[in-house]
Design a protein around this ligand. Structure first.
Ligand code: THU
Length: 128
């Protein structure tokens, strides 16, 4: 398995930019492209709660908007006793670009879990 240390550091740094005045639950994400570039994201909340966007989706959209669609790994960091898991909506968005992307989940305490997206979103919706 790869060394995700740098990606986890980038996610932890991005978490510090979270805008989470309502939940007070800052989340950071960092995406690595196939070419080794890193794009980060944090959760951005809104007073109209449903408009909130998760850290993972901000990272994906930032990468894609920069012309990078080959996504290799996503790291996710929050201050939880057990590693935080990506929400269902973010799993589906990640699936769009790489159904087997590495997902690295880590607490600030250093606890870590590593998956392939295919483990977290089996039988995903793909065709209509
Ligand atoms: N959140 C994320 O950023 N990623 C997830 O995978 C789950 C939840 C954010 C959304 C909201 O700002 C806060 O965490 C509490 O749900």
């Amino acid at each position: 398995m790869k060394d995700f240390t740098g990606l986890l550091k980038a996610a932890a740094a991005a978490r510090r930019h979270a805008y989470a005045p309502y939940s007070r639950f800052p989340v950071g994400a960092a995406l690595q492209t196939a070419g080794g570039k890193i794009f980060t994201g944090c959760n951005i909340e809104n007073v109209s709660f449903g408009l909130t966007v998760c850290a993972e989706r901000v990272a994906v959209f930032t990468a894609v908007a920069a012309g990078q669609k080959e996504l290799a790994a996503l790291a996710l960091v929050a201050d939880t006793p057990e590693p935080p898991m990506p929400c269902g909506a973010c799993r589906q968005v990640l699936h769009e670009f790489n159904p087997t992307i590495w997902i690295v989940c880590a607490g600030l305490n250093g606890k870590k879990r590593i998956f392939r997206l295919s483990e977290l979103l089996p039988e995903a919706f793909t065709e209509f």
